[in-house]
Write a protein that binds this ligand. Structure first.
Ligand SMILES: Cc1cc2nc3c(=O)[nH]c(=O)nc-3n(C[C@H](O)[C@H](O)[C@H](O)COP(=O)(O)OP(=O)(O)OC[C@H]3O[C@@H](n4cnc5c(N)ncnc54)[C@H](O)[C@@H]3O)c2cc1C
Length: 299
C-alpha cells in the first residue's frame, strides 16, 4: 500500500507526530507494536493536563482523536524491515505486508537493560524507578535508595533527598570523591559500599534490600538508572548515524528531527538525550511538522 508518511512507533512521540500531518490532510500510516517503555507503570505522571492517567488510556485517547481524521490509519503490527527506494521507503511488517511512503518517522523508543539483581525487575515501574519527576512524588517521605550503575548516580543521589531520606548504594564499584562527595554529605546522603544482592517486597512495594554481608536495609523506593540501548534491527538496516551522550546513545538528528538520511525523521526517546513523555510528545510534533514541510518542499 502507498501512503505519504509512515510512522513506526505509536506511543507519545509517534502519536504526536501524526497529529500535524493528518491535520495537514496528509496520508499517514502509523505502525505500532504497542509495547511502550512505561508499560510497567500503572500511571503516567508529570505530563501537563494528563498527570496520573494510565499509559493505555492516553494511547487510546490519542488514537481515537487521530482516527477522526480520514487520512489516518493505524496498523497494530511490528515493522521488520525498511528498504530505501528512489521514491522513499518500503516498510515490511511481520505479517509480510508492505507499506510504501515518501517520508518516514521513527519513534520506536529505546530498551531498558536492568541490573541483574533478584527482585528488581518485579518492582520496576512501581517502587523501583528511574525518574523522580515520573514517580518520585508517589514514593515521598519514606527511606529511598539510589543504586549506582554509573557515576551519573551520584548526581541523582544529590537530588533525591527532596523526596525522602536517601542512601546511595555504590555496589563497591563507584567511589564519589571531591566536590560531588561534598555535595552528597551536604545533602545528608548516606553512602553504602556493600553490594545489594536482593530486593525484598510484596507485590508492587519494596520493603528492604539485602546486602552481601547479610544486613537488610529498609527502603520504600529504589532509584535505578537502566542501561538504555537503541537496539532496533530497523535502525541497523538504515545505518543511521548515532550520537553518544552522557545519558546514553541516541540517533543523531538536526533541530528539525531529521536524521543523517534525508526523509527519515526520528522522535521520542530514540533521539532525545533527556527522556520523558512530554519531551517525546514535543519532539514528535517537530518531526511531524518537518515531515510535512519536506513533503511540500520536496526536500
Ligand atoms: C517504568 C517507566 C515509567 C515511566 N514513567 C513516566 C512518567 O510517569 N512520566 C513521563 O513523562 N515519562 C515516564 N517514563 C518515560 C517515558 O515512558 C518515555 O520517555 C516515553 O515512553 C517515550 O516515548 P516514545 O514514544 O519515544 O517511545 P515508547 O513510549 O517507548 O514507544 C515506542 C513504541 O514503538 C513501538 N515499536 C518499537 N519497535 C517497533 C517496530 N519495529 N514496529 C512497530 N512498533 C514498534 C513500541 O511497541 C512502542 O509502542 C517512564 C519510563 C519507564 C521505563
Amino acid at each position: 500500500m502507498k501512503t505519504e508518511v509512515i510512522i513506526i512507533g505509536g506511543s507519545f512521540a509517534g502519536l504526536s507526530a501524526a497529529m500535524p500531518l493528518v491535520r495537514g490532510r496528509r496520508q499517514v500510516v502509523l505502525i505500532d507494536a504497542n509495547s511502550p517503555r512505561n508499560r510497567f507503570a500503572k500511571k503516567s505522571h508529570g505530563v501537563f493536563c494528563i498527570d496520573g492517567k494510565a499509559p493505555a488510556e492516553i494511547r487510546s485517547t490519542a488514537l481515537s482523536q487521530l482516527s477522526a481524521y480520514p487520512t489516518f490509519q493505524v496498523v497494530e503490527q511490528t515493522a521488520t524491515k525498511i528498504t530505501q527506494t528512489p521514491d522513499g521507503f518500503v516498510v515490511t511488517l511481520n505479517n509480510g505486508e508492505t507499506y510504501e511512503a515518501k517520508k518516514l518517522i521513527l519513534a520506536m523508543g529505546v530498551t531498558d537493560q536492568l541490573p541483574d539483581i533478584v527482585g528488581l525487575k518485579e518492582h520496576w515501574g512501581t517502587s523501583v524507578i528511574h525518574c523522580p519527576y515520573c514517580h518520585g512524588y508517589e514514593l515521598r517521605d519514606g527511606a529511598l535508595g539510589v543504586l549506582a550503575t554509573s557515576e551519573m548516580a551520584f548526581h541523582q543521589a544529590v537530588m533525591i533527598p527532596d523526596w525522602g531520606v536517601t542512601t546511595l548504594f555504590t555496589q563497591g564499584q563507584f567511589n564519589p570523591d571531591g566536590e560531588i562527595l561534598a555535595q552528597l554529605i551536604r545533602r545528608d546522603v548516606a553512602i553504602e559500599k556493600t553490594a545489594i544482592t536482593q530486593i525484598l517486597g510484596d507485590g508492587e512495594q519494596i520493603h528492604a534490600v539485602c546486602l552481601t554481608d547479610g544486613r537488610q536495609i529498609p527502603l520504600n523506593g529504589l532509584y535505578v538508572a537502566p542501561n538504555v540501548v537503541i537496539d532496533s534491527p530497523l535502525l541497523q538496516s538504515l545505518n543511521l548515524e548515532t550520537l553518544a551522550t552522557p545519558m546514553g546513545v541516541t540517533v543523531k538528528v538536526n533541530n528539525f528531527k531529521e536524521s543523517s538520511i534525508k526523509g527519515v525523521f526520528v522522535a521520542g526517546d530514540l533521539s532525545n538525550p533527556m527522556q520523558n513523555a512530554t519531551l517525546a510528545i514535543s519532539s514528535g510534533m517537530m518531526a511531524g511538522v518537518s515531515a510535512h514541510r519536506a513533503l511540500i518542499f520536496n526536500d
